[in-house]
Design a protein around this ligand. Structure first.
Ligand SMILES: Cc1cc2nc3c(=O)[nH]c(=O)nc-3n(C[C@H](O)[C@H](O)[C@H](O)COP(=O)(O)OP(=O)(O)OC[C@H]3O[C@@H](n4cnc5c(N)ncnc54)[C@H](O)[C@@H]3O)c2cc1C
Length: 412
């Protein structure tokens, strides 16, 4: 896929005319959602960007390449992620307006249903999210078992009698989003998207990072190098290995019986007792397929490890479906995929300059929950590149994460 247009946009011109502005030459390694939104935001600021990836783009193994991602501000009583979720939703609406005509809708505001098996434990994820969003006068609706059975008949209401519907949330078409963002990057006169280019090492020169060595042995130099290679980050920045690792998480896609019954408004994006089961999913797509996935501990995924969803996981999924959506329990399995999280030790993103290597920025650590924040990631990556770490939330900055935070993070 080649992006050729070089129109540039008004926003880009205004920024670069700031007094005393010196455009930086920035190399971004990795064209997933972190790298691509970073490239667009840096171009808007007037910097020159090369976005490199082995490709093809969107890369089939990238975490950002997927049919769907949940977009929600439901984060328990975590005020920061709740606020960022609300801010990101504004961004998704803007993107629908900006890209919708050409690419179709990126974000589907169909609602997000959170169910629990037991009466909501006040300290539990669902109760804390409901309370936090309620306090923001957010459109959340408590739904008991009777109403669930009547309005959302696909659920086995007796097993999930407690929970709520967030009318102000939904899901994003991840693949379509990545194509729209990569298209915009390719159309920018300040971004050069380079595929067939894999970085194998960073150039260390005079106590700083000056660019990358490619697999072909070429040197690509820059003022600032951003490593945004997702679950592959520790390969290029080994000193992050103790606090960042790749974990594999299953995606299963089934052929829905009578697909219309699995579409909004009677079936929306959902999470079923997620803090304990990990299972969540989406409405049926236009082709009649329906996706479920699990947000749990996952499996360690050393570089090059096979990305296969094993039979045991498929069996667990069918057991879960029998207890949750009985009409889907025996549906034909269309495909499976083991997708990689870049898990940080505390479950928070990593966007900052390296404290010991000037010229190096790391942007990633999505920990299985970053895609929904796509509209607001870019400006934080710009802040890191321009050395304005104070403009980045402390929890995303360079740190020594508290151990044991990863597990707690899963309830996020
Ligand atoms: C199964 C699953 C479900 C998820 N569900 C959700 C959800 O519902 N909601 C949500 O908000 N988030 C979700 N996420 C998380 C989200 O998808 C990720 O946090 C996000 O996509 C990570 O983006 P990234 O840019 O860091 O990495 P990636 O998208 O993985 O991109 C990394 C890029 O780096 C490139 N690269 C790698 N090595 C090199 C190299 N040496 N040189 C050059 N390029 C290189 C790769 O080709 C790739 O294109 C989910 C993730 C997974 C795995």
């Amino acid at each position: 896929m080649v992006f050729v247009e070089r129109r540039g946009n008004r926003g880009e011109r205004r920024e670069s005319e700031r007094p005393g502005f010196r455009p930086l030459d920035v190399l971004i390694i990795g064209a997933g959602v972190f790298g691509t939104t970073g490239a667009l935001a840096l171009a808007r600021r007037g910097h020159r960007v090369r976005l490199v990836d082995p490709g093809p783009l969107p890369h089939p193994l990238a975490a950002s390449t997927d049919q769907s991602k949940v977009v929600r501000p439901d984060y328990g009583d975590d005020a920061l992620y709740t606020a960022l979720g609300v801010e990101a939703l504004e961004g998704w609406r803007r993107w629908n307006a900006r890209f919708g005509e050409r690419h179709g809708r990126l974000y589907h505001p169909v609602g997000f249903m959170l169910r629990a098996r037991d009466p909501l434990d006040p300290g539990g994820f669902e109760a804390r999210s409901f309370a936090a969003l309620g306090a923001r006068v957010w459109p959340v609706e408590w739904i008991g078992a009777d109403v669930l059975a009547r309005r959302f008949p696909q659920w086995k209401a007796a097993n999930y009698p407690h929970g709520y519907l967030n009318h102000g949330a939904g899901w994003a078409d991840a693949e379509r989003t990545m194509k729209a963002l990569l298209g915009a990057a390719g159309a920018s006169r300040r971004v050069k998207v380079m595929t067939d280019l894999a970085a194998i090492e960073l150039i260390e020169e005079g106590g700083r990072i000056a660019g990358l060595y490619s697999a072909e042995g070429e040197r690509h130099r820059a003022d600032v190098t951003v490593v945004a290679t997702g679950s592959w980050i520790p390969t290029l920045v080994p000193d992050l290995s103790p606090v960042m690792r790749a974990t594999g998480h299953p995606i299963l896609v089934f052929r829905a019986p009578e697909p219309d019954r699995w579409r909004p408004p009677r079936f929306v994006a959902w999470a079923a007792d997620i803090a304990r089961s990990g299972w969540y999913g989406f409405p049926a797509r236009g082709d009649g397929t329906i996706k479920i996935a699990r947000h749990a501990a996952g499996v360690r995924l050393p570089a090059g490890a096979p990305r296969v969803v094993d039979e045991a996981t498929v069996d667990e999924a069918r057991t879960f479906l029998a207890e949750t959506f009985p009409a889907l329990a025996d549906a034909p399995l269309v495909t499976t995929r083991l997708c990689a999280y870049c898990d940080t030790a505390d479950g928070h993103f990593w966007i900052d300059r390296h404290p010991d290597w000037p010229g190096l920025v790391v942007a990633g650590g999505g920990s299985g929950h970053a895609f929904k924040f796509a509209p607001i990631l870019g400006e934080r990556i710009v802040a890191a590149v321009e050395g304005r770490s104070d403009d980045i939330e402390p929890r995303f900055r360079w740190r020594v994460p508290a151990s044991g935070g990863r597990e707690a993070a899963r309830a996020r």
